[in-house]
Write a protein that binds this ligand. Structure first.
Ligand code: AMP
Length: 279
C-alpha cells in the first residue's frame, strides 16, 4: 500500500497509474475508520485497480471547536485496516498541503439544499465539505467518488458541487452499515459510553417506526411523536424531517414517491445523524 503526504508525490504516482490505463476510485474520509468506511473501499476495489483513500480531519467543515478537537484519531489502526482491505493508496495531507498559502476558498452556490437540516444547524459546514472535496478532486482526479448515504444531505451537496465545478467524476452512493443494534456506524460512536451507545440504537428504531406508519399518519404527527419519545429518553433532537429523496422538499402526507426520513440528535455532547429511505 502506497502512503503519500504531499499533492506532488500523489499526483506523480496517479499520473503513472493513469498512463498505464488504470482507473481510479476515491474514498475521502476523516479517519477513525470502521466497517462503513471499509465497505466503500471494498466497493471501489471491485471497480477500480487503483483505490485512493484520504484521511484528513478537515478543519473548515467543523462549526464546533470542541467537536474538532475531540474528533477521534486512530491513524495506525486505520492504516492496518486499509492494508487488510486491499486499499492501494492512502493520502495523508496536512492542513497546509490542502490549503496552501494563497488558497482562496471559493463560495459554492448550493441553493436550497444548504439552507435546511444540517445546513441550518451547522452553518458553514457544507461550504467546508465542498472546499475539501473540491480540492481532493483536483488532486486525485478520480474516475469515481464513493460516498456513504449515512450522510444523505452531503451526497446531495456534493452532487451539486461536482456539477458547479464541472468535475469529470461519477458519484457512487453506498448504503449505511449498522451495528447489530441498528446504530449507524460512525467515527463519533467511539466517544459514546456503553450506556449511551445502547441508547443510541433508539434513533434507528424511531426512524423505522415513522416508516411503518407513514401511509397512515400525517408526517407532522409522526415527527412530533418521535421527537417526544427521543426527548424522554434524554436525547436533544436538532431535527427529524421527512423529505422527498430527489429534491429534499419536506413532505406533509406521503405521496408514494421515494422519501428519506432524517434525524440529528445529541446524546450527551455527541451529535449523531442517521436516515432511512422509504421505498
Ligand atoms: P467520514 O469519515 O465520517 O467523513 O466518512 C467518510 C465517508 O464514509 C463518507 O462518505 C460517509 O458517508 C461514509 N460513511 C460514514 N459512515 C458510514 C456508514 N455507517 N456506512 C456507510 N458509509 C459510511
Amino acid at each position: 500500500m502506497n502512503i503519500f503526504k504531499t499533492e506532488k508525490a500523489l499526483s506523480l504516482h496517479l499520473n503513472t497509474q493513469r498512463k498505464n490505463g488504470l482507473s481510479i476510485g476515491f474514498v475521502p474520509t476523516m479517519g477513525a475508520l470502521h466497517n462503513g468506511h471499509l465497505s466503500l473501499i471494498s466497493a471501489a476495489l471491485q471497480q477500480h485497480q487503483e483505490v485512493v483513500c484520504s484521511i484528513f480531519v478537515n478543519p473548515t467543515q467543523f462549526n464546533n471547536a470542541t467537536d474538532f478537537e475531540k474528533y477521534p484519531i486512530t491513524l495506525e489502526k486505520d492504516l492496518n485496516l486499509l492494508e487488510e482491505t486491499g486499499c492501494t493508496t492512502v493520502f495523508l495531507p496536512s492542513v497546509l498541503e490542502m490549503y496552501p498559502p494563497g488558497y482562496k476558498a471559493p463560495h459554492y452556490d448550493l441553493g436550497y439544499v444548504e439552507t435546511i437540516l444540517e445546513g441550518k444547524f451547522r452553518v458553514g459546514h457544507f461550504q467546508g465539505v465542498c472546499q475539501v472535496v473540491d480540492r481532493f478532486l483536483e488532486i486525485v482526479k478520480p474516475d469515481m467518488l464513493y460516498l456513504g448515504k449515512k450522510d444523505f444531505q452531503q451526497c446531495k451537496v456534493l452532487e451539486k458541487m461536482v456539477e458547479l465545478r464541472n468535475h469529470k467524476v461519477d458519484l457512487y452512493f453506498m448504503p449505511t452499515l449498522r451495528e447489530e443494534s441498528g446504530l449507524a456506524m460512525s467515527s463519533r460512536n467511539q466517544r459514546l459510553s456503553v450506556e449511551q451507545k445502547a441508547l443510541s440504537a433508539r434513533l434507528y428504531e424511531e426512524l423505522n417506526s415513522i416508516k411503518e406508519n407513514i401511509q397512515l399518519i400525517p408526517t407532522k404527527e409522526l415527527i412530533s411523536r418521535a421527537i417526544d419519545n427521543l426527548s424522554e429518553l434524554g436525547f436533544k433532537v436538532d431535527y427529524i424531517e421527512i423529505v422527498n429523496e430527489t429534491n429534499m422538499l419536506p413532505i406533509e402526507q406521503w405521496d408514494g414517491e421515494p422519501a428519506v426520513i432524517l434525524v440529528a440528535a445529541y446524546i450527551g455532547e455527541i451529535r449523531l445523524i442517521d436516515n432511512i429511505s422509504v421505498l
